[in-house]
Design a protein around this ligand. Sequence first.
Ligand SMILES: [Zn+2]
Length: 327
Amino acid sequence: MSRKIAGFLVVLVVAVSIGLLLAQSLCGKIAFVVTASEDSSSVTVHFIDVGQGDSILIDTPNRDVLIDGGPEAEGPRVLNYLGSLSITRIHLMVATHPHKDHIGGLIDVLSSVTNVDEILINNQTYTNKTYTNFMNLVKSHSVTVAQRGQTFILTETANLTVFNPVQPLEFLSVNDANKNSVVVKLQVGNTSFLFTGDAEADAEQSMLEAGLDLQSGVLKVGHHGSRNATTQLFLDDVAPSHAIISAGEGNPYGHPHEETIQRLLAKGVTIYGTFHSGTIIASTDGTAIIFPDSPQPIPEFQTNMLLPIIMTATLLGLILYRRQLRA
Ligand SMILES: [Zn+2]
C-alpha cells in the first residue's frame, strides 16, 4: 500500500467518524410528526420532569389522576405544574411505593389547597421520615389499598386498572418495595398507557403469569430504566410503540442503563426521556397517541458510546499510516 493510499485511509476514517457524529446529532433533532389536533374530549398524560423520580399527571375532561410526585424537593415544581393547568382537584392520587423519589413531592400536594379525593397506596410497611410524613397526611383522606383487578372510571371512554400488587403483598421484605409498586394501565378508547412505578423483574413475571392484557401503546419504563426492569418477555408482551423514561440527568445510579435502552431499540420502540427532553406530554383522542411537543427520541448511538468508537477508528488509522511510512 502506498503512502498516498494510507493517507487517504486516515482522512476517510476521520471523515466517517465526523459524519457519524453529525448524523447522530441531526437524528435527535428530527421532529415527531403531529398528525392530529387536540380536542376537548382528549386525555393528556404529562410525564413531569422531577429529576430522579417519577411524577405523572393524567388530565381527562372529567377525573384527574396524579401518579407519584417525585422527590420532596420537587414538590413545588409539581404544584406549579398543576397550577399552570388550573388543576385544583386530584380525583385519584396514586403513591406507587414508599420510596422518597416517588412520594416525597406528594407531601407538598397534600399540604396545599389542592383537593385530593382518594389516595391509592400499596400498603407496604416501610419506615423512613418522608414516608411517615406522607402517611400522616394521607390519614385525613379516603385511602384505598391497591389490589390487582381494581378499576377506576375516569371518563366515559377512559379507565384505569390496577395490575400490581396483589393483596396480601407477594413480596414482604423491606427491600422488596419496588416489586410491590402500584402498576396501572390507562385505557382510553383503543389506546393505552402502562405505568409501572419501580416494578422490576419479579413483579413483571407476576403480571405475566396472571395473564393480564399488558399490551400498551406507551410504556412508562419501570424503575427509571434500570437493567433489572423491562425484561424481554415483559417487553414482548407490552409491545409499546413509545417508551418514556423518567430519570434525572447524571443521576448516581447510571439510570437509564444501556441494556434497557438497547432492549427497547431492538424492539423498534421510540424512547423519550425526561433527562433528555424535560417534561414529556402525550395526548390521545382514543384512536391515536400523539406527542404535541415533538420531544427528541433517545438516539441509537449515545454520545458516550460514539466517542470511544471515533477515537479507536482514528487510532487504528494512524497506526496503519505510520506502518506504511516505515515500509
Ligand atoms: Zn424510583
